[in-house]
Write a protein that binds this ligand. Structure first.
Ligand code: ZN
Length: 344
């Protein structure tokens, strides 16, 4: 088969031949029909950045994908050949304290498909059956590859009731774009999106944000306050990981509000911990990944009902062989892209 592989400890990757994976008894062999590029994939491609890991080379990466079940391990129950599945990239152990307390997404023994084991930027991928989400029909076929990141945004936005709330979504990369649509569908009174890219601010509005503001403009906090009122926003969904954006988000949040920490900073932060968090009663919540599989049920409902249309956030599709064009777009200064799909 052909696969996009990391072949050296430097920026870039190669599209070249690989062996079709041999599945274990608890695994499925998936014929990949579409993959999308995740922040983790970008870090591996760039050999730098948040989430960067050093796999054993050569390594097939790719954390977000979907496809058809073509082979089933002897212990993999509940699937038939021809089933169409999306893949939960987090391989949970099922027996640790978190797994036994319904927190599989932060399993103590977590491994990530496409980071710790070979991933889906390939014609075929082996995945544990417990990580496969079976689609009951073809209605989500076009968005099945993006379900993992969409689910993370569902988790981040809807972990708490947001009906009637003002929500600030910081960061207009695909997770933030999805979050704008999800917040609106979740009943938010007002959704304010922040991103320095004019292109991505326009996408945020298409996804449902009421207002999109350039955080690099000098009076950004004043602009946010003009939209949400002097008390500040009820919730901040911080998806950029930028130090300035995190500080701005904390200052825009009303006392007692909820700050969702999702974006990954590249370095440790310096915060006014006492003034911005403790004394203002801020509720700080780290969100990593999706709740397995609670978030999946929620996103299936949001997508199938049409409550959220992720379409505007998915801006480009390339064949696998043109993967370099896709990564160049994401790495470009202008960031004139949302989610990018790669197809075998
Ligand atoms: Zn576990």
């Amino acid at each position: 088969m052909k696969a996009i592989q990391k072949t050296s400890r430097a920026r870039g990757a190669s599209y070249r031949d690989a062996e079709v994976p041999v599945i274990n008894k608890d695994e499925l062999l998936i014929r990949v029909t579409a993959a999308s590029i995740s922040p983790g994939d970008l870090a591996i491609y760039n050999h730098a950045g948040p989430g960067f890991a050093t796999p054993t080379l050569p390594f097939i990466f790719g954390q977000e994908f979907c496809g058809e079940v073509v082979e089933i391990g002897a212990l993999a129950k509940g699937f038939d050949k021809g089933d169409f599945v999306s893949v939960e990239s987090h391989i949970f152990c099922g027996v640790c304290g978190q797994c036994r307390n319904d927190q599989r997404h932060i399993c103590q023994n977590l491994r990530v498909i496409g980071r710790d084991v070979p991933g889906g930027l390939a014609e075929y991928a082996a995945v544990p059956a417990r990580c496969a989400w079976k689609h009951t029909d073809d209605s989500l076929k076009d968005v099945a590859a993006i379900m993992p990141p969409f689910g993370s945004s569902v988790h981040a936005v809807l972990a708490e009731d947001i009906v009637g709330r003002t929500v600030l979504i910081s960061g207009g990369a695909p997770q933030g774009l999805f979050a704008s649509g999800i917040a609106k569908a979740g009943g938010a009174k007002r959704v304010i999106a922040l991103d320095p890219s004019d292109y991505r601010r326009k996408l945020a509005v298409k996804m449902g944000a009421d207002t999109a503001i350039d955080p690099s403009s000098g009076d950004c906090l004043a602009k946010i306050i003009r939209v949400c009122g002097p008390e500040g926003v009820d919730a901040v969904i911080e998806m950029s990981g930028g130090a300035k954006a995190i500080s701005l988000g904390l200052k825009a949040l009303r006392p007692g509000g909820r700050f969702v920490a999702f974006g990954l900073p590249v370095a440790n932060l310096s915060l006014d911990y006492a003034g911005d968090i403790v004394k203002r009663g801020i509720r700080l919540e780290g969100v990593a990944g999706r709740e397995i599989f609670r978030s999946w049920y929620k996103m299936e409902s949001l997508l199938k009902s049409g409550a959220v249309n992720p379409g505007p956030a998915v801006t480009h599709t390339f064949p696998f062989k043109d993967f370099k064009k896709a990564f160049a777009l994401i790495n470009s200064k202008e960031k004139k892209c949302g989610k990018i799909i790669l197809m075998p």
